[in-house]
Design a protein around this ligand. Sequence first.
Ligand code: CUA
Length: 170
Amino acid sequence: MTTPQPQSPEPSVHIDPYERGWMIAAIAMLVVFALAVAVASYSLGIQLPAPEARVNPNTITTSGPFAKPGLRELAPGRYEAYIVAHGQGWYFDPRQISVPAGSEITFYVTSPDVQHGFKLEGTNVNMMVIPGQVSTLTRRFDTPGEYNWVCHEYCGTGHAAMYGTITVTP
Ligand code: CUA
């Protein structure tokens, strides 16, 4: 039986080959993610809304199209909905929209205060609502019924009370 020998000190930088492999994989993934962002923004043109989509959050409730939010009919079956998400009092203005079936609505949503969300249940309408930006999406409503939207970005104590309804009439 041999007496235990004192361990020779480990070299200061010893990296297990297995660990080295995972470090390389992790760095490679970061490079791939950065490239994906670069390709999306420069090649596919996916980016934050252009300056034209910006508004002054301090004046949206007093001037411009959001000063009188609501539904505007552009042509038969074509509507624009200007919706303001309020973080003081926690409500959408308007809360209720009604259109006949077969209508197309272009939503313009913004906020004068904090970040909100706009998610229309059962559809792919899903936007962040950012103060100073106008979020826009267009959707056609062919099936009569009630479509509820909710704020799905936590915005304060009244967050859960932020919702609205689109009524699509036959
Ligand atoms: Cu507005 Cu959550």
